[in-house]
Design a protein around this ligand. Sequence first.
Ligand code: ATP
Ligand code: MG
Length: 286
Amino acid sequence: MAADVTVEAALAEAEREIGLLRAELEETNRGVVALYAELDVQAEDLRRANDLKSRFLAYMSHEFRTPISSLLSIARILLDELDGPLTEEQRKQLEFIQSTSLEFSDMVNDLLDLAKVEAGRIDVSPAWFDMVDLFAALRGMFKPVLTNPEVVLIFEEPDSLPTLYNDGKKLGQILRNFISNALKFTVRGEVRVSVRREEGDMVTFAVTDTGIGIAPELHDSVFRDYSQIDSPIQKRVRGTGLGLSLSKRLAELLGGSVSLHSEPSKGSTFSVTVPLRKSEARVADD
Ligand SMILES: Nc1ncnc2c1ncn2[C@@H]1O[C@H](COP(=O)(O)OP(=O)(O)OP(=O)(O)O)[C@@H](O)[C@H]1O
Ligand SMILES: [Mg+2]
């Protein structure tokens, strides 16, 4: 009899404790649910703020394009002396206006592209193209800017590589930024552009320079918006620090990625790996 009473008491006590625990759990649950709801609201706010920022950037950069192109064409007309001859000083000043407007125009274009990528409004248009044609276009583009006789730009053309089915324009944009960076940060030696086939139907384009290099702890940060590394060269060259962050996002849109190997004062290799054939399925869900 006494034993039964003890068991009953113990059971009642256990039940009471379970009840307490359950109440505590329910309370915690309610707390978690409330927290989730709060997080949802915050995520929505963030998304809206980000959307607004992208839209603002897109509108602003778009509106800037017209005045910049007027500036550029007026400078061009004056420099061509269509309105009469220029003095040496006037020519110098007009060339200054021209190069500053070009710099401004590059910056606006990068900003517009970034805003478009962020807003998911950049379309990938895959088409068949030949690597050799891409290299020829890049070679032509950089010929006029190769002003330092101590740096050579080499395109290692592949013996055999299949035709690519991807967005050649965007791939060209990524390589253009890698090459222009390499030329900016290399005082002596070479900038070498190469391509190799990888496992799993991927292809890697690499731009290797013998320039100032980048310290290992900065390898990630150079791919962030507006990131530029302090150096004596940096003060002399043009740029806004958007090229690499845009290149990274474009590579991801193409179904690939970018990477960096670099050693200070030895040089850097920036690579972009993309699929040989960009599948339509990925295009659709981008
Ligand atoms: N090949 C390189 N060698 C050394 N440093 C580099 C090299 N490429 C990039 N960097 C560093 O990374 C920074 C970011 O490069 P990024 O291309 O994003 O910007 P930018 O060239 O300064 O400006 P933008 O490309 O927007 O005109 C550069 O300013 C430079 O400090
Ligand atoms: Mg750049």
